[in-house]
Design a protein around this ligand. Structure first.
Ligand SMILES: Nc1ncnc2c1ncn2[C@@H]1O[C@H](COP(=O)(O)OP(=O)(O)O)[C@@H](O)[C@H]1O
Ligand SMILES: [Mg+2]
Length: 142
């Protein structure tokens, strides 16, 4: 599926809409250049999941986690930004095997850095800059 977004708000809305379809256990891999709108999309996802805390880019810590719930079941939303990760050690330290679980939703910026470690079953989202305000967003997988 390919969609055009004409503003950050629209991109957030898309994230919010995707959030409504999630049931837990999903891994969402985001691809796109710096400034394409990955974090904006994640903010929409978080909002759609009912997370009230402001989601900012976890660039320096790699990973942030936010508690939320689906139908009263406690869940954890993990937001990773692997941009600054350089070597296997950086990525091993994240303990990915433990965070991919039925009671988590994991979203990764710069997912290409650990493509081999990603579960085969995942949602892939690519964001491309068309111009200043327009983005082409493709969503694949389930
Ligand atoms: N249609 C759009 N969707 C998302 N972001 C947009 C859009 N148009 C302009 N922008 C701007 O692009 C930037 C995207 O930033 P960010 O989400 O942090 O990017 P990334 O996480 O991919 O590096 C923001 O400054 C935002 O205002
Ligand atoms: Mg970002």
């Amino acid at each position: 599926m390919q969609i055009k977004s004409k503003s950050p708000k629209e991109t957030q809305k898309l994230g919010q809409e995707l959030a409504k379809k999630l049931i837990g256990g999903e891994v969402i891999a985001l691809f796109g250049d710096l400034g394409s709108g990955k974090t904006i999309f994640v903010q929409g996802l978080a909002k759609g999941l009912g997370i009230k805390r402001k989601v900012t880019s976890p660039t320096f810590v790699f990973m942030r986690q936010y508690p939320f719930s689906i139908k009263k079941f406690p869940m954890t939303f993990y937001h990773l930004d692997l941009y600054r990760g350089q070597n296997d050690q950086d990525f091993e330290a994240l303990g990915l095997e433990e965070i991919f679980a039925p009671d988590t939703i994991v979203v990764l910026e710069w997912a290409e850095k650990i493509k081999k470690e990603l579960p085969k079953k995942r949602i892939e989202i690519k964001i491309e800059k068309v111009n200043d305000k327009t983005r082409r967003i493709s969503i694949a997988g389930n």
